[in-house]
Write a protein that binds this ligand. Sequence first.
Ligand SMILES: [Zn+2]
Length: 175
Amino acid sequence: MDEGVELRRTADGKGDGVLATRPFAVGETVMVGFLVGALTGNDSHATQVGPGRWARHGGLGSKVNHSCDPNCGVRLNDGQAFDFVARQPIAAGQELTFDYAMRNFTIDHFPAVCLCGAARCRGSVTGWKDLPAARKADYGDLVAPYLRTMDDGSGKAPAAERSFCVPVAVIDQGR
Ligand SMILES: [Zn+2]
């Protein structure tokens, strides 16, 4: 089955990325995400899933690179993982990108200077906390839901924290 995406590997590993193998329309799910475990802290490949909570995505989801003008956003799925959803038309052969700020409230493990190359690059890989309001509005619903609750203050409530818990057990959807 053609899943519509493939890994682009480079010899040094640093240029790895995920490419579309067919076109995707705006709003289409490009890649279904799944988690392989919870984490006790942030690292460079962690996904923030709530205030003070991180998890690791399996499959190619962990290989999608950051852009300050990304062609994908993220949507929380039933497995508490993030699907990648096209927010711009994507052509076959084009690299998939998303904004790390769509999932992470803070970014602690990236160099200060962003190298994404987008015309509207904001210069550094920031988390949601430091994302300009216009960009937050631009991303609409294609961000981690907990980030919106952080902005209105409800994310600090214990009840909201619990609702974003991620199962500790390994989740394998057979992919
Ligand atoms: Zn950038």
